[in-house]
Ligand binder design. Structure first.
Ligand code: APR
Length: 236
Protein backbone atom coordinates (compact mmCIF):
# COMPACT_ATOMS: atom_id res chain seq x y z
CA UNK A 1 0.00 0.00 0.00
CA UNK A 2 2.69 2.45 -0.90
CA UNK A 3 -0.12 4.71 -2.18
CA UNK A 4 -0.93 5.45 1.46
CA UNK A 5 2.68 5.53 2.55
CA UNK A 6 2.28 2.56 4.89
CA UNK A 7 5.23 0.58 6.25
CA UNK A 8 4.92 -3.18 6.96
CA UNK A 9 4.45 -2.49 10.67
CA UNK A 10 1.88 0.32 10.32
CA UNK A 11 -1.71 -0.15 11.44
CA UNK A 12 -4.59 1.38 9.49
CA UNK A 13 -7.95 2.51 10.92
CA UNK A 14 -10.52 3.15 8.18
CA UNK A 15 -13.76 5.08 8.65
CA UNK A 16 -16.26 5.09 5.79
CA UNK A 17 -19.45 7.06 5.22
CA UNK A 18 -22.28 7.25 2.72
CA UNK A 19 -19.93 8.54 -0.01
CA UNK A 20 -18.28 5.14 -0.47
CA UNK A 21 -21.63 3.68 -1.54
CA UNK A 22 -22.56 6.65 -3.76
CA UNK A 23 -20.97 5.07 -6.85
CA UNK A 24 -23.07 1.96 -6.16
CA UNK A 25 -26.16 4.10 -6.64
CA UNK A 26 -27.12 4.61 -2.98
CA UNK A 27 -27.93 8.28 -2.40
CA UNK A 28 -25.93 10.07 0.31
CA UNK A 29 -27.99 11.88 2.91
CA UNK A 30 -26.57 15.36 2.55
CA UNK A 31 -26.08 15.01 -1.20
CA UNK A 32 -29.83 14.67 -1.61
CA UNK A 33 -30.63 17.93 0.14
CA UNK A 34 -30.90 16.46 3.63
CA UNK A 35 -33.64 14.05 2.64
CA UNK A 36 -33.65 10.26 2.46
CA UNK A 37 -35.98 9.11 -0.29
CA UNK A 38 -37.99 12.24 0.38
CA UNK A 39 -38.15 11.84 4.18
CA UNK A 40 -36.70 14.17 6.80
CA UNK A 41 -34.45 12.60 9.45
CA UNK A 42 -36.82 13.40 12.29
CA UNK A 43 -39.71 11.66 10.50
CA UNK A 44 -37.96 8.31 10.21
CA UNK A 45 -34.61 8.09 12.01
CA UNK A 46 -35.17 9.09 15.64
CA UNK A 47 -36.59 7.27 18.68
CA UNK A 48 -39.40 9.86 18.65
CA UNK A 49 -40.31 8.93 15.08
CA UNK A 50 -40.47 5.25 16.08
CA UNK A 51 -42.78 6.04 19.01
CA UNK A 52 -44.99 8.26 16.86
CA UNK A 53 -45.32 6.13 13.73
CA UNK A 54 -43.59 2.69 13.61
CA UNK A 55 -45.37 1.84 10.35
CA UNK A 56 -43.79 4.85 8.61
CA UNK A 57 -40.37 3.98 10.05
CA UNK A 58 -40.63 0.36 8.85
CA UNK A 59 -41.85 1.53 5.47
CA UNK A 60 -38.76 3.70 5.14
CA UNK A 61 -36.30 1.00 6.24
CA UNK A 62 -38.01 -1.57 3.99
CA UNK A 63 -37.38 0.82 1.11
CA UNK A 64 -33.74 1.20 2.14
CA UNK A 65 -33.43 -2.62 2.27
CA UNK A 66 -34.81 -2.79 -1.28
CA UNK A 67 -32.37 -0.09 -2.48
CA UNK A 68 -29.39 -1.84 -0.89
CA UNK A 69 -30.38 -5.23 -2.32
CA UNK A 70 -30.61 -3.66 -5.79
CA UNK A 71 -27.08 -2.22 -5.59
CA UNK A 72 -23.67 -3.82 -5.96
CA UNK A 73 -20.35 -3.13 -4.23
CA UNK A 74 -17.99 -0.91 -6.19
CA UNK A 75 -14.22 -0.76 -6.70
CA UNK A 76 -13.76 1.24 -3.48
CA UNK A 77 -15.43 -1.45 -1.35
CA UNK A 78 -13.28 -4.05 -3.10
CA UNK A 79 -10.08 -2.01 -2.62
CA UNK A 80 -10.66 -1.94 1.15
CA UNK A 81 -11.27 -5.70 1.13
CA UNK A 82 -7.94 -6.14 -0.67
CA UNK A 83 -6.19 -3.96 1.93
CA UNK A 84 -7.68 -6.14 4.68
CA UNK A 85 -6.35 -9.28 2.98
CA UNK A 86 -2.91 -7.73 2.66
CA UNK A 87 -2.73 -6.27 6.17
CA UNK A 88 -4.71 -8.78 8.24
CA UNK A 89 -4.97 -7.69 11.88
CA UNK A 90 -3.19 -4.41 11.13
CA UNK A 91 -6.36 -3.25 9.34
CA UNK A 92 -9.62 -2.17 11.00
CA UNK A 93 -12.76 -1.07 9.16
CA UNK A 94 -15.41 0.99 10.90
CA UNK A 95 -18.35 2.19 8.84
CA UNK A 96 -21.18 4.59 9.48
CA UNK A 97 -23.09 2.89 6.68
CA UNK A 98 -25.87 0.44 7.40
CA UNK A 99 -25.77 -1.21 3.97
CA UNK A 100 -23.92 -4.52 3.46
CA UNK A 101 -21.77 -3.46 0.51
CA UNK A 102 -18.48 -3.76 2.41
CA UNK A 103 -19.27 -7.40 3.23
CA UNK A 104 -20.43 -8.13 -0.32
CA UNK A 105 -17.26 -6.42 -1.59
CA UNK A 106 -15.19 -8.99 0.31
CA UNK A 107 -14.47 -7.35 3.68
CA UNK A 108 -14.44 -10.01 6.39
CA UNK A 109 -14.58 -7.90 9.54
CA UNK A 110 -16.67 -4.74 9.44
CA UNK A 111 -17.77 -2.75 12.45
CA UNK A 112 -21.11 -1.06 11.69
CA UNK A 113 -21.15 1.72 14.27
CA UNK A 114 -24.62 2.93 13.18
CA UNK A 115 -26.15 -0.55 12.97
CA UNK A 116 -27.06 -2.82 10.07
CA UNK A 117 -29.90 -2.56 7.61
CA UNK A 118 -30.34 -6.35 7.47
CA UNK A 119 -30.69 -6.83 11.21
CA UNK A 120 -33.61 -6.12 13.53
CA UNK A 121 -34.05 -6.38 17.27
CA UNK A 122 -36.83 -6.73 19.80
CA UNK A 123 -37.36 -3.49 21.68
CA UNK A 124 -37.43 -5.39 24.97
CA UNK A 125 -35.00 -8.34 24.50
CA UNK A 126 -32.54 -6.09 22.61
CA UNK A 127 -30.77 -8.99 20.85
CA UNK A 128 -30.14 -8.30 17.14
CA UNK A 129 -30.96 -10.98 14.57
CA UNK A 130 -30.64 -11.29 10.78
CA UNK A 131 -33.76 -10.00 9.03
CA UNK A 132 -34.27 -9.42 5.31
CA UNK A 133 -38.02 -8.81 5.63
CA UNK A 134 -40.04 -5.97 4.14
CA UNK A 135 -42.67 -4.47 6.45
CA UNK A 136 -44.55 -2.14 4.19
CA UNK A 137 -48.06 -2.98 5.30
CA UNK A 138 -48.64 -1.05 8.52
CA UNK A 139 -51.12 -3.71 9.71
CA UNK A 140 -48.53 -6.50 9.92
CA UNK A 141 -45.50 -5.09 11.70
CA UNK A 142 -43.06 -7.63 13.18
CA UNK A 143 -43.21 -8.67 16.86
CA UNK A 144 -40.81 -10.68 19.02
CA UNK A 145 -41.36 -14.45 18.92
CA UNK A 146 -40.29 -14.72 22.56
CA UNK A 147 -41.98 -11.81 24.32
CA UNK A 148 -44.37 -10.28 21.80
CA UNK A 149 -42.87 -6.77 21.99
CA UNK A 150 -42.33 -4.68 18.86
CA UNK A 151 -39.35 -5.47 16.64
CA UNK A 152 -37.43 -2.43 15.37
CA UNK A 153 -34.64 -1.90 12.81
CA UNK A 154 -31.16 -2.51 14.32
CA UNK A 155 -30.15 1.03 13.42
CA UNK A 156 -28.57 3.70 15.60
CA UNK A 157 -30.95 6.61 15.25
CA UNK A 158 -30.16 10.28 15.89
CA UNK A 159 -30.00 10.73 19.65
CA UNK A 160 -28.85 7.12 20.26
CA UNK A 161 -25.34 5.95 21.14
CA UNK A 162 -23.28 4.27 18.38
CA UNK A 163 -22.34 0.61 18.83
CA UNK A 164 -19.16 -0.61 20.57
CA UNK A 165 -17.50 2.78 20.96
CA UNK A 166 -14.92 1.35 23.40
CA UNK A 167 -13.69 -1.09 20.76
CA UNK A 168 -13.47 1.75 18.23
CA UNK A 169 -11.45 3.99 20.54
CA UNK A 170 -9.12 1.10 21.40
CA UNK A 171 -8.53 0.40 17.70
CA UNK A 172 -7.90 4.10 17.04
CA UNK A 173 -5.38 4.22 19.87
CA UNK A 174 -3.55 1.21 18.43
CA UNK A 175 -3.30 2.62 14.88
CA UNK A 176 -0.62 4.61 13.10
CA UNK A 177 -2.78 5.89 10.21
CA UNK A 178 -6.43 6.89 9.83
CA UNK A 179 -8.10 6.82 6.41
CA UNK A 180 -11.54 8.47 6.20
CA UNK A 181 -13.61 7.95 3.05
CA UNK A 182 -16.80 9.69 1.89
CA UNK A 183 -18.25 11.25 5.02
CA UNK A 184 -19.23 14.88 5.46
CA UNK A 185 -17.76 15.19 8.95
CA UNK A 186 -21.02 16.47 10.34
CA UNK A 187 -22.20 13.62 12.57
CA UNK A 188 -20.47 12.95 15.89
CA UNK A 189 -18.84 10.98 17.41
CA UNK A 190 -17.46 9.72 14.05
CA UNK A 191 -16.56 13.25 12.93
CA UNK A 192 -14.36 13.56 16.02
CA UNK A 193 -12.16 10.51 15.32
CA UNK A 194 -9.73 12.65 13.33
CA UNK A 195 -9.18 14.98 16.30
CA UNK A 196 -8.46 11.99 18.54
CA UNK A 197 -6.03 10.71 15.93
CA UNK A 198 -4.30 14.11 15.86
CA UNK A 199 -3.92 14.17 19.63
CA UNK A 200 -2.13 10.82 19.34
CA UNK A 201 0.07 11.93 16.45
CA UNK A 202 -1.42 9.57 13.85
CA UNK A 203 -1.28 10.38 10.14
CA UNK A 204 -4.75 11.25 8.83
CA UNK A 205 -5.97 11.06 5.23
CA UNK A 206 -9.37 12.05 3.79
CA UNK A 207 -10.75 10.75 0.47
CA UNK A 208 -13.80 12.25 -1.24
CA UNK A 209 -14.85 14.60 -4.04
CA UNK A 210 -15.17 17.63 -1.74
CA UNK A 211 -13.66 18.74 1.55
CA UNK A 212 -15.55 17.55 4.64
CA UNK A 213 -16.62 20.00 7.37
CA UNK A 214 -13.66 18.89 9.51
CA UNK A 215 -11.15 19.18 6.62
CA UNK A 216 -8.76 21.33 8.65
CA UNK A 217 -8.03 18.41 10.98
CA UNK A 218 -6.59 16.14 8.25
CA UNK A 219 -2.90 15.93 7.25
CA UNK A 220 -3.72 14.90 3.70
CA UNK A 221 -6.89 15.50 1.64
CA UNK A 222 -7.22 13.53 -1.59
CA UNK A 223 -10.01 14.99 -3.68
CA UNK A 224 -11.72 12.55 -6.03
CA UNK A 225 -14.27 9.77 -5.91
CA UNK A 226 -13.75 6.81 -3.60
CA UNK A 227 -13.32 4.37 -6.50
CA UNK A 228 -10.69 6.51 -8.28
CA UNK A 229 -8.60 7.28 -5.23
CA UNK A 230 -8.77 3.92 -3.42
CA UNK A 231 -8.04 1.94 -6.58
CA UNK A 232 -5.05 4.23 -7.07
CA UNK A 233 -3.86 3.51 -3.52
CA UNK A 234 -3.62 -0.19 -4.38
CA UNK A 235 -1.75 0.49 -7.63
CA UNK A 236 0.68 2.85 -5.92
N1 APR B 1 -16.75 9.07 -3.25
C1 APR B 1 -16.43 9.52 -2.02
N2 APR B 1 -17.18 10.39 -1.32
C2 APR B 1 -18.30 10.83 -1.89
C3 APR B 1 -18.73 10.43 -3.18
C4 APR B 1 -17.88 9.50 -3.87
N3 APR B 1 -18.18 9.06 -5.09
N4 APR B 1 -19.89 11.06 -3.45
C5 APR B 1 -20.19 11.84 -2.40
N5 APR B 1 -19.22 11.71 -1.45
C6 APR B 1 -19.14 12.38 -0.14
C7 APR B 1 -19.73 13.76 -0.07
O1 APR B 1 -18.80 14.72 -0.51
C8 APR B 1 -20.05 13.88 1.43
O2 APR B 1 -18.94 14.42 2.12
O3 APR B 1 -19.86 11.61 0.79
C9 APR B 1 -20.24 12.44 1.87
C10 APR B 1 -21.66 12.09 2.24
O4 APR B 1 -22.01 12.80 3.39
P1 APR B 1 -23.32 12.45 4.21
O5 APR B 1 -24.48 12.29 3.31
O6 APR B 1 -23.40 13.46 5.29
O7 APR B 1 -23.03 10.99 4.81
P2 APR B 1 -22.27 10.59 6.13
O8 APR B 1 -21.19 11.55 6.44
O9 APR B 1 -21.91 9.15 5.98
O10 APR B 1 -23.41 10.71 7.22
C11 APR B 1 -23.12 10.35 8.54
O11 APR B 1 -25.39 10.75 9.19
O12 APR B 1 -26.97 10.51 7.66
C12 APR B 1 -26.60 10.11 8.92
O13 APR B 1 -26.50 8.15 10.27
C13 APR B 1 -26.35 8.62 8.97
O14 APR B 1 -24.30 7.36 9.01
C14 APR B 1 -24.91 8.54 8.55
C15 APR B 1 -24.33 9.78 9.20
Amino acid sequence: MSGLGLLPTDRLFVLTGAGISAESGLATFRGSGGLWNGYRVEQVATPEAWQADPALVWNFYSMRRRDALASEPNAAHRALATMEKQMGDRFYLCTQNVDDLHERGGSLRVHHMHGSLFESRCERCEVPFADRGFYEDGNTLPTCKDCGAAVRPHIVWFGEIPLAMEEIYAKLAASTHVLVVGTSGSVYPAAGFVQIANQRGLKTIYVGPEEPLNAGAFDDIRLGTATEILSGCLDG
